[in-house]
Design a protein around this ligand. Structure first.
Ligand code: MG
Length: 249
């Protein structure tokens, strides 16, 4: 299949999908509070998607039961919203994708529930900075490895590790298109980035070791050592100048 270059018209639709994802993540972020069940976030994601004429893309994807992924503390990604109650001091990753007019947007944020520890706050800040570094490396003519290395260097410079088994990805009509975008690697290798490529960059950063463990529900991915993990993601498009972030308002 290869990497699909999008036309300006297709990118315009992806911009709309991206804004919808950003809008809903913004609403969800404001709702997070101690004492709430994670399934309340799932209900909000479903309701707000319907209002905006979009469809949550994770629901039913390979049988995933939720409208979004809610991953708490040592859960890295793919947490299923449910009866779990959020507590003061938790960190919670909200990963949401939506399809609008045939095109996908995908983004994630990790936020604190009430007051969080300085250690947790630094993890969040660094993971966000790693995503920013990856975006800054994603210009036309650079290579995929430049993105991977930028993300890895940012996370590891603070003593953290990057998850290896799960990666960023191309995105468009499908949620997962080519290429895979690892959050670790060497600069100046891999595919050359071209105008019109649409990519979801998504560093997953652990305080401890990079290794993971799959939970008994066969979805939720945990850090193997039980350390905290954070996840930030944006959908971007490669341009002739700086990359454009699509999943923002
Ligand atoms: Mg993604």
């Amino acid at each position: 299949m290869g990497i699909i270059i999008k036309s300006d018209r297709e990118i315009a639709v992806m911009r709309q999908a991206g804004r919808i994802v950003a809008t809903i993540l913004g609403i969800l972020t404001k709702q997070v509070r101690p004492g709430m069940k994670t399934k309340e976030l799932d209900i909000i994601a479903s309701r707000e998607s319907e209002k905006l004429g979009a469809k949550p893309s994770f629901k039913g994807y390979r049988g995933f039961p939720g409208n979004l992924c809610v991953s708490v503390n040592d859960e890295i990604v793919h947490g299923i919203p449910g009866e779990r109650v959020l507590s003061e001091g938790d960190i919670v990753s909200l990963d949401f994708g939506a399809i609008f007019d045939g095109f996908q947007g995908d983004a994630a944020v990790t936020i604190g529930v009430g007051e969080i520890s300085p250690e947790a706050r630094q993890l969040l800040e660094t993971t966000k900075a790693a995503l920013k570094a990856g975006i800054a490396a994603a210009y036309s003519g650079a290579r995929l490895g430049d993105i991977s290395a930028a993300i890895q260097n940012c996370a590891e410079s603070k003593g953290y590790s990057v998850v290896r088994e799960y990666t960023g990805h191309g995105i468009g009509r499908e949620m997962h298109e080519e290429p895979q975008i690892p959050n670790f690697g060497q600069p100046r290798i891999g595919s050359v980035l071209r105008k019109g490529m649409t990519l979801a960059l998504e560093p997953m950063v652990n305080i401890g070791d990079w290794r993971t463990r799959l939970g008994s529900n066969r979805w939720t991915v945990f850090t193997a050592d039980g350390s905290l993990s954070a996840h930030f993601e944006h959908t971007i498009v490669i341009t002739e100048a700086e990359p454009e972030v699509l999943t923002i308002l």
